[in-house]
Design a protein around this ligand. Structure first.
Ligand SMILES: *Cc1c(COP(=O)(O)O)cnc(C)c1O
Length: 216
């Protein structure tokens, strides 16, 4: 399955985040040995445990909700925090990254699904964040794009509409706030059930768990 998905992503150079949450380090190691280097986890404790158990050239992405009091545990090594949904959280990431002399890549997470439960900013909240003087003072975080989760539904038209919405937010933010920054380029969308549609809608990163590791 890994090789099949990699082949599907190759024409658009979309990156594959292998979502290993709930699966033991040995399963990560299997995909690592087949060449996969980017893995995603949604819980801090599990991310730290796997970081410690596995090769250090793995690029770890945090894709789940992050509490400010836990940023310190991942700041030394995390490659990208995909779930930034507040200025307060970003301030803490900046502070902890500075302690380690790092600049941490972050994605702004947007709420694009119909479901109430999913975390994320809306467009206005993101603009307020990006325009704030506090944000502009940060030196140890770099916003490299946006992330979103579509509604869990078989309705492909709805999922497509939500992906297009995320892409339009990306384009708008790019034009207004990041026009000169080539590093602002990521649209993280698409999971096991909808990654092909996500690629067609311009995703640059898909986050695939179940298809690679089996059911959780
Ligand atoms: C679990 C998870 C995924 C992967 O979901 P699958 O359906 O197993 O591919 C992707 N993104 C986020 C944010 C997740 O929590």
């Amino acid at each position: 399955m890994l090789e099949k998905i990699q082949a599907q992503l190759a024409p658009t150079q979309t990156k594959l985040i292998a979502v290993s949450k709930t699966h033991p380090p040995e399963r990560v190691r299997e995909l690592y040995d087949r060449g996969q280097r980017i893995f995603g986890e949604n819980k801090v404790q599990e991310l730290v445990a796997k970081y410690e158990a596995l090769p250090k050239d793995i690029e770890w992405h945090l894709i789940g909700h992050l509490q400010t009091n836990k940023v310190k545990y991942i700041a030394p090594f995390v490659a990208c925090i995909q779930s930034v949904d507040s200025l307060k959280l970003l301030a803490e990431i900046d502070k902890q990254a500075a302690k380690h002399g790092r600049v941490i890549d972050c994605l702004l997470q947007f709420h694009i699904a119909e479901e109430e439960t999913k975390f994320g900013l809306d467009e206005t909240e993101a603009m307020v964040l990006l325009q704030s003087a506090e944000f502009q003072s940060f030196k140890n975080v770099r916003i490299t794009g946006v992330m979103g989760m579509a509604t869990f539904t078989d309705d492909q038209v709805q999922v497509q509409r939500e992906f297009r919405h995320l892409r339009s937010i990306f384009e708008k933010l790019k034009a207004q706030y990041f026009a000169e920054q080539t590093s602002f380029k990521e649209i993280s969308m698409g999971m096991s059930g909808d990654y092909l549609l996500a690629i067609a809608e311009g995703s640059t990163m898909v986050r695939v768990g179940t298809l690679l590791f089996g059911a959780r």
